[in-house]
Design a protein around this ligand. Sequence first.
Ligand code: FMN
Ligand code: SF4
Length: 518
Amino acid sequence: MIPRIYIPGDSGALALGAEKVAKAVRAELAERGIEAKIVRNGSRGAYFLEPMVEVATANGRVAYGPVKPSDVKSLFDCGFLTGGHHKRWLGAPDKIPFLARQTRLTFARCGVTDPLSLDHYKAHGGLNGLQNAVAMKPADIVKQVTESGLRGRGGAGFPTGIKWKTVLDTSAERKYIVCNADEGDSGTFADRMIMEGDPFVLIEGMAIAGIATGATKGFIYIRSEYPHVVVVMQKAVEIARKAGVLGVNVLGSANSFDMEVRVGAGAYVCGEETALLDSLEGKRGQVRAKPPLPAHKGLFGKPTVINNVISLASVPVIMDKGAAFYKDFGMGRSRGTIPIQIAGNVKYPGLYEAAFGMTLGEIVDDIGGGTATGRPVKAVQVGGPLGAYFPRALFDTPFDYEAFAAKDGLIGHAGIVVFDDSADMLKQARFAMEFCAIESCGKCTPCRIGSTRGVEVLDRLAQNIEPEKQIALVTDLCNTMKFGSLCALGGFTPYPVMSALNHFPDDFRPTPVAEAAE
Ligand SMILES: Cc1cc2nc3c(=O)[nH]c(=O)nc-3n(C[C@H](O)[C@H](O)[C@H](O)COP(=O)(O)O)c2cc1C
Ligand code: SF4
């Protein structure tokens, strides 16, 4: 059997030099006259080890990383094609502590399989969920998803089964499934990683959603900043269509479901579901007032399920292994697993899929290894640009929707960004307001005007102009934005601002220049 070498084609790995490594491996193979198959797999998500190259040996896969092009010659000299020892040797990938400690349900195949091989997908449990779904009544599929406890992974944590039931119960001659792949939150990359590393799992999840709700057409709305994802998803949709996974007879059944890939134009607000629908319809992405809910009147006025990539990609394992299996993981009302994305100033950045319930401290200190700079952790922003900054004093908060909400925070899309003690929280608060001002769709006043006024107030505070007055003003303004905004962009910007102010008050009272000089 010819040797198999796995070199990730994932954007994160490419950014770290995977393409150059692949080129060096190809050149070395040619020079040594060795025949081998190079598989461009996804990433397993341990980004501190990328580019992580793996070889299939008689004793299983052996990993090496992070591999530089200059390592390649010596890797061959050390016999890496049969798992030989080398300074980059990591051993069996699933024994690497960062990977071994995870509970991989949604990301089970990511980094393991060839992303565009449907045979590989099937050999690793792919399509079992869809196979079960085509033999079930729509209401029973919805029931299974509801009973699993799956909640939307895009940010709001709304129960997926309930959303699907609303669409199932709304009669219309046409219904749609829309996958939200806009992934605009800072520090997040789970959607990108799974679409590049295991695209069929999303296709399978969308097909199940279609069969469950009576929708025959799906759209994946991908952010323009993800060009590799667009290519992979388009290829995967074509392969799935040719193989009868999509089309008029899904897996040979009487169910029809097909989908298209669409690309966004770079607005953060187009991740908000109704602005996304406007954008998909070819309009400028602006938030729609609710009601009507998209489940009643969504894309082109038809009942529409709109779900995040990870929500949809988690459905196949639920339909394969059952609601009880999935529900068994997690805590409280947060069931199953969540792909936590650890980013920012952190020693071990990457994607870590785990059951809900780990504490923030475990994630940052144990899994993330603290800061990359080695300085003390000052704050962690959880849930993207609209998420709160948590100080070390809140590190005992378990990763659970309700526990975070109880501490004026949110899990959002489960991205966490770590900051060391050099971070200036007043600057971070200003950044949140400025971000809102730049990304506001302009539809409602508290967000459109409030965010710009917020920047001005925080600038005055930074200049130490009547600080107490500015603090009262920004608090009042945040209250107005929180309760008076039409969507969560304006409504949640107060979370990073107020958490920074409340948890790091010293940063908001800059030392007067004269005093500092004394
Ligand atoms: C400003 C803003 C940006 C958002 N961006 C995203 C996004 O990039 N991806 C996403 O899945 N949800 C995003 N959401 C949440 C969506 O509006 C919506 O709740 C989600 O697509 C529903 O899918 P889910 O139930 O599977 O989470 C955003 C919301 C707001 C207010
Ligand atoms: S809160 Fe901001 S983004 Fe949302 S509708 Fe209002 S103006 Fe648009």
